[in-house]
Structure formats: structure tokens, C-alpha cells
Design a protein around this ligand. Structure first.
Ligand SMILES: C[S@@+](CC[C@H](N)C(=O)[O-])C[C@H]1O[C@@H](n2cnc3c(N)ncnc32)[C@H](O)[C@@H]1O
Length: 264
């Protein structure tokens, strides 16, 4: 794949910072993969290698991890980080498209993807590809947020509804991804389907703004005419005051689903 237009790309610094907040989701996804030394595993939409490096440690020296992403800058960064971590000999980072994976059928022992389905209008195509490249008896694991669950104290209900519309449709292409996963796994023919729900809560207004990509969401809400500048200003001041008073509270929910490819 050739380097692409990055006007809509996710920022790698953002991904590295948010990775710390998402550690409980990441840990749970590794557990769901049921990794063992020697496993050959795939991370679809790997970003800057936030997960490929820990995965390489988990599968050990006899294992192998492949990370793939459509953004060449992510791949470059992931390769550098693998070198720095001293695990480059057992990780490959490839450019590619998650809807058309460039790997053989039944190759991987396990395959994961985190916060990628929310960016893809036809996530069932990615899941079908993940199932295809996983061996029979291997595990497929997907984690994603459900942006309809964003809840921020001190937000008037009608404003929250309008802002949610932006989180679901503008700062992601498929912001309802999390809630769809269980159904998609069943429809894809995976068996032993299990799920977990991990809440992420925030008592820091700044951190919440960061995770929600609030600057981008507010700009989209304004340009779509969903909110006025005055409404946003009043709301932000109220939340800032709550933050200073130590009473700020918000949360959003992540969903993880795992399933086994039948046929072994
Ligand atoms: C929100 S980031 C998550 C990255 C990583 N999974 C993590 O948890 O840190 C989404 C990633 O998916 C990648 N992506 C988006 N569409 C893709 C596609 N069609 N094929 C492969 N990667 C894609 C983006 O470039 C980005 O690195």
C-alpha cells in the first residue's frame, strides 16, 4: 500500500497517552486471546505498536506477532518502538487494509483488533477477514468503545444528546461499534462467544476532553449547527468549575468480545 492522505488520521501521541487509560481493556483482550508461548498472533489496526510489543513479550521468543495498519506513519513508529524494546526479531509491522488482509487463510493462532471497528463503516468485512486468517480453534478478539454511552455530569440532557450525535457519527464513522460486536461475532459463525464490559471513568476534565477528542467534536458540532458557541462556552465553564471543585465525573463504556473459529 502507498502512503495515504492523513487528513483524517489518528494521532500517534494521542494513541500512546490514551493507551495508559485503556490498560484494563488491553489486559482483558490479551486474556481473551488465551496466549501461549510460541503463538503466532495478529493485531489488526495496530497503531504505533502499543499492543504488539506487550504481545511479543507474552508469546515469548518462540512466538511471533504481526501488527498491521493502513497508516504508514504508525507502521514506521511501531517498527522503531519494536527495535527500542529489543523485540523486533519477533514482530512484523505491515501496511495494509483491514478489510482485505494480506495473509494466508488459517495462519494465526489468535487475532485481535482494538478501537478500529469504530473507524470502519462495514466492520463485518474486517471481522470476516480476521476469521479467515485465524486457524480453526483459534481465538478472535475485538475491543471497542460505544460512544453512545458517553455520560458527563452537569451536561443538560438535550445538549448531551446533540453532542453524542457528534461522538457517534463525526469523530468516529461507526461510533455504535461496541454494542454491535456480540451480534457480529455470532453472525460470523464464531463459537464460544464471550464478552466483557469495561467502564472507563474520568474525574479529570482535561483527561476526558483528551479521550473524547473534544476539540474536534466541538468544532464538528459547531460546523454542523448542532450547538451554539455560547452553549459550548457555558458548558465548558461549568465543567471547568467542577474540575476545580474536585467534583467532575464522566464515563464511557468499552466492550470486548471473543470467539473461537470452529472446525478444529
Ligand atoms: C484508534 S486507533 C487504535 C490503534 C491501536 N489498536 C490501539 O489500541 O492503540 C485506530 C487505528 O486503526 C487504523 N485503521 C483505520 N482504518 C484502517 C483500515 N482500514 N485498515 C487498517 N488499519 C486501519 C488507524 O490508522 C489507527 O492506527
Amino acid at each position: 500500500m502507498r502512503p495515504q492522505d492523513r487528513s483524517n488520521a489518528v494521532d500517534s501521541n494521542y494513541l500512546e497517552r490514551i493507551g495508559q487509560i485503556l490498560l484494563p481493556v488491553k489486559q482483558r483482550s490479551y486474556e481473551f486471546m488465551q496466549l501461549a508461548p510460541g503463538h503466532d498472533v495478529l493485531d489488526v489496526g495496530c497503531g504505533p505498536g502499543t499492543d504488539t510489543i506487550p504481545l511479543a513479550q507474552l508469546v515469548g521468543e518462540s512466538g511471533h506477532v504481526t501488527g498491521m495498519d493502513s497508516d504508514w506513519q504508525m507502521i514506521e513508529l511501531a517498527r522503531q518502538r519494536a527495535e527500542q524494546a529489543g523485540v523486533a526479531d519477533r514482530i512484523s509491522h505491515d501496511m495494509g487494509d483491514a478489510t482485505d488482509l494480506n495473509y494466508d487463510d488459517d495462519r494465526f493462532d489468535s487475532c485481535r483488533s482494538e478501537r478500529v471497528f469504530q473507524l470502519i463503516p462495514a466492520p463485518e468485512r474486517v471481522l470476516a477477514e480476521m476469521v479467515r486468517v485465524t486457524r480453526p480453534g483459534g481465538r478472535v478478539v475485538v475491543a471497542d468503545a460505544d460512544w453512545t454511552t458517553v455520560s458527563i455530569d452537569l451536561t443538560p440532557m438535550d445538549l448531551e444528546t446533540r453532542l453524542r450525535q457528534v461522538f457517534v457519527t463525526r469523530t468516529s464513522l461507526n461510533g455504535e461499534s461496541g454494542r454491535q460486536l456480540y451480534r457480529l461475532f455470532k453472525e460470523a459463525g464464531l463459537v464460544e462467544v464471550m464478552y466483557d464490559i469495561v467502564p472507563l471513568s474520568f474525574t479529570s476534565y482535561k483527561m476526558m476532553r483528551y479521550v473524547l477528542n473534544a476539540d474536534r467534536a466541538e468544532a464538528a458540532a459547531l460546523s454542523d449547527g448542532l450547538v451554539t458557541a455560547e452553549e459550548l462556552d457555558t458548558w465548558n465553564k461549568k465543567l471547568q468549575q467542577a474540575d476545580e471543585a474536585g467534583t467532575f465525573f464522566a464515563f464511557v463504556t468499552s466492550i470486548l468480545v471473543a470467539g473461537v473459529k470452529p472446525g478444529h
